[in-house]
Design a protein around this ligand. Structure first.
Ligand SMILES: Nc1ncnc2c1ncn2[C@@H]1O[C@H](COP(=O)(O)OP(=O)(O)OP(=O)(O)O)[C@@H](O)[C@H]1O
Ligand SMILES: [Mg+2]
Length: 507
C-alpha cells in the first residue's frame, strides 16, 4: 500500500501540533502501520519527532532494535482550492497526520555483532524514543575521555561524541565544508581537545585565525547541556611567522640557505630569464659553499654583484626582495624551538606571499617527517587549513610531494594530518583518500559533493541532500572508530574563535 494514497482520517487520533506540545511519558512516538520490512518501516507519529532522531522498536524475536527517522511527512486534507480560500480570510478545519519512514540500524547479538532482524516487525507495534544506552551500544559510541576528543553531541540527544585521538593520528582526518561552513570553528574545537590531552600539534594557519585559542571565548552556549566553560590555552601556544611586522605576537621564522639549491631559490622569485639566471646562481652558490658552510642571502647577492654582469640585474633585484622579507638567515629556526611536546605551534601565514608559504610548508613538514622517522620529536598532528594551497589535484606546488608522502606514510611514524578544505574536488585525491575520519559540514557545490560522497565509505547518494542542507553547527562525522556516520551538534568553543565572519553593518 502506498501511504501517499491513503485517506486522511480524523486528526485527533494522530499527532497534531497541539498534541505534540505534550511530552508523552511512555516514550512512544508512533505506531507501525502499512507494509513492514526488516530494514525499513513506516510509522504514524503520535509525539514530537524529528528527522534524524533515533528510535527503538520492540521485535518479538530479538528484543529492542534501533532505528532512525529517515524522512517525515505531514499529510493534510487542505487542497489548493481551500488554501486559496484561507488566503482570503476564510477559516478552514484542516485534518492532518504526521508520518515517518524509519530505517532500521539493528541490534547487538549475544556476540556483540551488529545484526538486523530476519523477520519483519509487526504492524501496530509501538515506536519509541531510543534510550541512550541502546544508541551507544548499537552504533558503537565509545566514551573514552582519556583517548577521546569531545567534539559535540549526537544530534537530538544528550550523548557526547568523542573522536579517538590515536585513530586520528594514525589514519588522518579531513574537514570539508563550503566557505563559512564552520571548518575553522570545529578545527578550534578539535585543537582545544588535543591540547587538553597534551597532544603535540602544528597548524598551518593561512589567515592567523588560531592565535585566538590563547584567549577564553564568549559563546552564548556556555553552561548549556554541552557542559563547556570558557577557557584559553595561553601556555600551550607557540606562534611563528615569516612576517612578524603584521603578526606581532609571533616569533620570526627563519631558514638557513645551506640546503637550498639554485632552482629552489629561483622558484621563489619572479625571474623571467631562468636559462640565464639558473647557471649564474648555481655557480655563485658553489663558490660560496666551497668557502663557507653557513652563509646568508646577502653573501649571495654581494657575490653576484661583484661579477658586474648586467644580465644579472633582475636576479639581484629579486634576491634583494627575498632578503627584505628576511626569510633566510645564517641561523635558522631550530626544530626543537618549533615543535614542543604537548603544545600547538601556529605557522601564521598572514602576510606571507603564497610561494614563500609553500617553501615554508615544504621545509617545515619535510623536517617533521624526517624527525618523526628517527623519533626526534614527539608523535603529533599536522593541521593544514586551506589545504588546496599545498596539495591541489591539478598542478603541483613545492609541497605536493611531501603532503602525499605524509598522507601515505605518516601513520607508520606517528605523524597524523588534518586536511581542511572548501573544495573537496580540488584536493589531491591521493591525500584525501588517505583520510580515515571525515568531518563534513554544509557543502553545496555539486563537484565537491560528488568528491565527498565517492571518497567516504558509508555515505550514500541519499546523503547528498542532507549535506546540502546541514545547518551551521551540525557536522556529519564518519570514521574515527564510529560504526556509522553520525550527525553531531558541534560543541561551543572554549576559546575565542578567530575567524568571525565580518559584518558590514553591526546589529
Ligand atoms: N558550531 C558553531 N557554532 C556557532 N557558530 C559557528 C559554528 N561554526 C561556525 N560558526 C560561525 O560561522 C562563521 C564561519 O565559520 P568558520 O570561520 O569556521 O567557517 P570556515 O568554514 O572556516 O570558512 P572559510 O572557508 O571561509 O575559512 C563564524 O562566524 C563562526 O563563528
Ligand atoms: Mg576557515
Amino acid at each position: 500500500m502506498d501511504y501517499h494514497d491513503e485517506t486522511i482520517e480524523d486528526s485527533s487520533t494522530y499527532y497534531s501540533e497541539e498534541a505534540g506540545q505534550q511530552e508523552d511519558t511512555s516514550g512512544i512516538v508512533g505506531i507501525i502501520y502499512g507494509d513492514v520490512g526488516t530494514n525499513e518501516l513506516k510509522c504514524s507519529v503520535t509525539a514530537p519527532l524529528q528527522k534524524g532522531e533515533y528510535v527503538q522498536i520492540p521485535h518479538e524475536e530479538v528484543g529492542m532494535v534501533l532505528g532512525q527517522v529517515d524522512s517525515m511527512e505531514r499529510k493534510t486534507d487542505l487542497s489548493d482550492d481551500k488554501a486559496l480560500l484561507m488566503s482570503q480570510g476564510e477559516m478552514m478545519d484542516i485534518k492532518e497526520k504526521v508520518l515517518a519512514k524509519i530505517s532500521i540500524l539493528g541490534y547487538r547479538d549475544e556476540r556483540g555483532l551488529l545484526q538486523n532482524p530476519n523477520v519483519p516487525f509487526k504492524a501496530g507495534s509501538p515506536v519509541m524514543r531510543a534510550s541512550e544506552d541502546l544508541i551507544i551500544n548499537v552504533i558503537g559510541i565509545k566514551h573514552n575521555e582519556k583517548t577521546g576528543a569531545y567534539i559535540g553531541m549526537l544530534m537530538g540527544h544528550d550523548i557526547k561524541i568523542h573522536l579517538d585521538i590515536n585513530d586520528m593520528v594514525s589514519k588522518h582526518v579531513s574537514i570539508l565544508a563550503k566557505t563559512g561552513g564552520g571548518k575553522s570553528y570545529i578545527t578550534g574545537v578539535l585543537v582545544e581537545e588535543l591540547l587538553k590531552h597534551d597532544v603535540t600539534v602544528m597548524i598551518i594557519d593561512p589567515h592567523g585565525e588560531y592565535s585566538s585559542v590563547r584567549d577564553p571565548g564568549t559563546s552564548s552556549e556556555f553552561n548549556s547541556a554541552f557542559g563547556v566553560t570558557p577557557r584559553g590555552y595561553p601556555d600551550q601556544i607557540i606562534e611563528f611567522s615569516a612576517n612578524t611586522k603584521i603578526n606581532k605576537d609571533a616569533k620570526p621564522l627563519r631558514f638557513t640557505m645551506s640546503n637550498l639549491e639554485a632552482r629552489d631559490i629561483l622558484a621563489l622569485t619572479k625571474v623571467k630569464n631562468i636559462r640565464q639566471a639558473l647557471p649564474a646562481l648555481k655557480k655563485v652558490l658553489e663558490m660560496i659553499k666551497a668557502n663557507k658552510p653557513t652563509f646568508s642571502l646577502k653573501d649571495v647577492i654581494r657575490t653576484i654583484e661583484a661579477q658586474e654582469d648586467s644580465n644579472n640585474a633582475q636576479l639581484i633585484q629579486e634576491l634583494n626582495y627575498l632578503d627584505e622579507i628576511q626569510i633566510f638567515a645564517e641561523r635558522g629556526t631550530k626544530l626543537d624551538e618549533l615543535v614542543q611536546k604537548g603544545k600547538m605551534t601556529i605557522l601564521n601565514m598572514k602576510g606571507t606571499e603564497p610561494d614563500i608559504a609553500e617553501l615554508i610548508v615544504n621545509r617545515v613538514t619535510t623536517s617533521l617527517f624526517e624527525m618523526r622517522k628517527i623519533n626526534a620529536i614527539p608523535p603529533m598532528l599536522l593541521v593544514v587549513d586551506e589545504a588546496v594551497n599545498y596539495c591541489p589535484q591539478q598542478g603541483t606546488t613545492a609541497c605536493s610531494k611531501i603532503m602525499r608522502t605524509i598522507a601515505a606514510e605518516g601513520r607508520k611514524f606517528g605523524l597524523g594530518m588534518v586536511i581542511i578544505t572548501q573544495r573537496a574536488a580540488k584536493i589531491d585525491k591521493n591525500v584525501l583518500s588517505q583520510c580515515g575520519t571525515q568531518i563534513i559540514l554544509k557543502i553545496t557545490n555539486p563537484l565537491d559533493l560528488k568528491a565527498v560522497i565517492s571518497s567516504v565509505e558509508g555515505l550514500t547518494t541519499g546523503t547528498t541532500e542532507e549535506i546540502q542542507q546541514l545547518p551551521l553547527g551540525i557536522a556529519i562525522v564518519c570514521g574515527a572508530g564510529l560504526q556509522v556516520p553520525l550527525f553531531v551538534r558541534v560543541r561551543p568553543r572554549e576559546s575565542r574563535h578567530g575567524g568571525e565572519t565580518v559584518k558590514i553593518i553591526e546589529d
